[in-house]
Write a protein that binds this ligand. Structure first.
Ligand SMILES: [Zn+2]
Length: 93
């Protein structure tokens, strides 16, 4: 996704605690947050969820599968204070 602030295609989707938001991994621009629980019930298709550190390096793969099936696992990890990045299953980064 393209960042509206710096125009780099580095806008990524994250879940932290109960919130879903987008953040640019280049400039740090953050989109408005929304409820992960509300959003996850509407998501369709497959997702890969990974834990990332402060540098957005992947540290742990949480789950991969249908969004509705892994939403709970994502919530559990996000509520532990970890930053969870959502990816399409075939994405490299
Ligand atoms: Zn940016």
């Amino acid at each position: 996704m393209q960042c509206p602030s710096c125009s780099e295609a580095t806008l990524a989707a994250f879940v932290s605690f109960g919130s879903y938001f987008t953040r640019c991994t280049s400039c740090g621009f953050e989109g408005p947050a929304t409820s992960w629980r509300a959003l996850s019930s509407k998501l369709q298709g497959r997702l890969r969820a990974v834990v990332v550190d402060d540098s957005y390096e992947h540290t742990q793969v949480i789950a991969e599968g249908e969004a509705s099936e892994i939403a709970e696992a994502i919530s559990d990890i996000a509520y532990q204070g970890k930053l969870v990045r959502l990816l399409s299953p075939n994405a490299d980064a």
